[in-house]
Unconditional design. Structure first.
Lengths: 273, 422
């Protein structure tokens, strides 16, 4: 049997994540931030660059599946809902996962999953972007630091400054004020992380999560946020072990690539029969 | 000054035209032909000379516009240089050591292109997307960076990161002696007319501006380095400012960057009641600012585009960030941007309407102030909704309405000084 190459593309509101897999084993992980560029162009670039890195031609892809806002990928074969792809990606990366906390640019989602990555229950943040990834990205920009530096800085904080306002857009001015008051960047970030974490822990509590929680989505690489979630979990005395994986930010795209492999197999069997 | 005069003595009217040495018309005159042709010719010549002198005055004024434009360009160029230095310093840091040479080269190239573009941005009649250096520089930089960036190595993300860090240091540097700093270079750039206004420029330079009183207001008023008695609430200042601009004002709607205020005034400009929005960006100026950023448009451009709408879209999201996402989604679905923008403008004014209702309604006359009052689509939406809910009302706006709060504060400063003197 020949190798089955599948691709998962997770089109978020802030970045496009692409994963190339062969026989349900990921080969290439790629992220391209959109930063106001033409989304279709970013999608095309990301797809071609990921395939080039894997040494694969477009024609050799058996199944391209999208997730997130994948409607714009008009060359896709299928589309999977974000919840199923994140659940699948998270359980692939960390098999003990029993809950997934997907923190994206706009929404955060907590899902309770079983060992087969079936979603048992879920909760989402409401129609307000307070504490979203977009908010954190804006804050980082105002502080003049890159997103990669946010986590380590937050972890080094000694005296976190709690954020008073919750509006994602207006909190930016609060941040500017904090800077002008001489508050350390690390303490500002930690305060923001803690306020975000507080909201996520509420979601986890609402779905009755226990055991291993895996953080996925664009903010999964933020070690400061993960640390803040752990702190809030301890404060709330929840029986949860919060984990991330270096590839957690690709969980959606990875899940899509894995589901694509599954669907391709089912379809091939069906056409063979 | 040497001139040429042509006189056309007609049967009914007598016309005169004055040319300068270069053959440009600088004056025209006309009078009725009368029984005495000599007098008619005399009068029409004098008329044309009067007009000529006004033309010469106009040329001076045009020259002042040119001078100010040159001045702004010099200011902009200086900031661009500071930005370049800040970026090159960052690029030379240990973090980028592996590819510093390549990165420095790219940044230099981008900065050179930005300098070239600056000339066009400050050319006569050019419309700038923003009044602020940060916005102008960011728009140019991002466009140029996208072109020069590679998928690997010097990536778009890397270039953006360097700009984001550098612009902070540029913005946070204060500049002393603003006028003196650039006025001579700007004057020299004006060429022929420069000599004529040099004495005036020197005279203005020598004027000592004595600050007899200063009052602070606004969102950040507590942080201003002023004593307490020199701070006034923004409600009071907006009330007084609106009253000074439009004495008939009884209701003020102020939509600022992150506050929306509905204020009721008495006939003296004293506040009788007011309402402010909760701390949520939906319904205040930042909402439109955020949308403009999303669309890569200048804030000034939003209103005129929205006004082209023929079929307004209803926006479902309340939250600013979600409205931004909804906008992107609708755009990618192929909906017209003017129709989406019209919906967004109505959304912000709908939020203001509930604030107005809670403050006591809309009374004759209504004055609309704050940055958003500069936006014609927001004004039109307000007019429409006020008429629907309260009937016909006079709606005052002014192109200077963004300064209403500062005007009120300055009036308080003047009052205080007068009281001290008395």
């Amino acid at each position: 049997m020949s190798d089955i190459v599948t691709v998962g593309m997770d089109v978020g509101s802030s970045a496009v994540k692409t994963v190339v897999a062969r026989d349900a084993q990921p080969l290439v992980f790629r992220i391209d931030r959109i930063r106001k560029r033409d989304l279709r162009k970013v999608i095309d670039e990301s797809y071609d660059a990921a395939l080039a890195e894997a040494g694969i031609k477009r024609d050799d892809v058996a199944y391209l599946a999208t997730t997130g806002e994948g409607e714009l990928v008009d060359f896709r074969r299928g589309h999977f809902y974000g919840m199923t792809t994140h659940a699948r990606g998270a359980t692939f990366l960390i098999p003990e996962t029993r809950a997934v906390l997907d923190i994206g640019a706009l929404h955060a989602r907590a899902m309770k999953v079983d060992a087969r990555s079936k979603v048992l229950a879920y909760r989402m943040t409401s129609q307000c972007a307070s504490g979203s990834g977009q908010f954190l990205e804006n804050v980082a920009r105002y502080l003049g630091i890159t997103l990669e530096d946010v986590g380590p800085l937050s972890c080094s904080a000694s005296n976190p400054e709690m954020v008073s306002s919750i509006c994602a857009v207006l909190a930016e001015t609060d941040v500017i004020n904090m800077v002008s008051r001489g508050i350390q960047t690390a303490d500002i970030l930690k305060g923001i992380h803690l306020s975000m974490a507080g909201r996520y822990v509420k979601l986890l509590r609402a779905i009755g999560a226990d055991g291993v929680v895996t953080i996925t989505g664009g903010l999964a690489a933020d070690v400061g946020l993960a640390e803040a979630v752990r702190q809030k979990v301890r404060e709330d005395k929840l029986q949860l072990e919060v984990r991330t994986d270096p590839r957690s930010i690709y969980a959606g795209a990875l899940g899509a690539a894995l589901w694509a492999e599954y669907r391709h197999r089912v379809l091939s069997q069906r056409s063979a029969a | 000054m040497r001139v040429f005069v042509g006189i056309d003595l007609g049967s009914t009217t007598t016309k005169a035209v004055v040319l300068d040495e270069y053959g440009e018309v600088i004056g025209r005159g006309i009078t009725n032909s009368r029984s005495n042709y000599d007098v008619a010719a005399q009068i029409v010549r004098e008329e044309a000379f009067v007009r000529t002198r006004f033309t010469l005055l106009e040329r001076r004024i045009q020259f002042i516009e040119e001078l100010e434009r040159n001045f702004r360009l010099q200011q902009h160029l200086e900031l661009l240089d500071t930005l370049r230095q800040a970026m090159l310093m960052l690029a030379g840091g240990p973090k980028h050591a592996a590819y510093a040479h390549e990165l420095t080269g790219r940044l230099d190239e981008v900065c050179n292109r930005m300098r070239e573009r600056a000339r066009a941005q400050f050319a006569p009649g050019a419309v700038r997307k923003s009044d602020f250096f940060r916005d102008l520089a960011a728009a140019d930089y991002m466009a140029l960076a996208e072109k020069t960036a590679e998928p690997k190595g010097i990536t778009f993300d890397l270039l953006c990161g360097i700009f984001d860090a550098a612009i902070l240091s540029v913005e946070n540097a204060t500049i002393e002696n603003g006028f003196e700093r650039h006025i001579r270079t700007a004057l020299a750039e004006c060429g022929g007319q420069a000599a004529a206004l040099k004495p005036a420029v020197d005279e203005v330079l020598a004027i000592d501006l004595q600050e007899l009183g200063t009052v602070g207001t606004g969102y950040g008023r507590q942080r201003l380095p002023f004593p307490k008695e020199q701070i006034r609430s923004e409600i009071l200042c907006h009330g007084l400012g609106a009253h000074a601009m439009f004495p008939g004002t009884r209701t003020v709607l102020d939509i600022g960057g992150q506050d929306t205020k509905a204020i009721q005034l008495d006939s003296e400009g004293i506040v009788t009641s007011f309402q402010m929005n909760d701390r949520c960006a939906a319904g205040c100026g930042r909402y439109l600012g955020y949308i403009a950023d999303e669309m890569n448009l200048g804030l000034h451009e939003l209103g005129p585009i929205a006004q082209q709408s023929t079929q307004r879209v209803k926006i479902n999201s309340t939250c600013t960030v979600f409205a931004g996402a909804e906008l992107r989604e609708r755009l990618s679905l192929g909906q017209a941007r003017q129709d989406i923008l019209a919906g967004l403008h109505r959304a912000i004014i709908l939020r203001a309407m509930s604030l107005l209702a809670r403050s006591g309604g809309v009374h004759e006359e209504l004055t609309f102030t704050g940055g958003v009052a500069r936006n014609p689509a927001a004004v039109a939406a307000l007019q429409e909704l006020v008429a629907e809910n309260y009937g016909a009302r006079t709606l005052n706006t002014s192109s200077d309405s963004i300064y209403t709060g500062a005007l009120g504060a300055a009036l308080f400063a003047r009052r205080a000084a007068e009281r001290m003197a008395a």
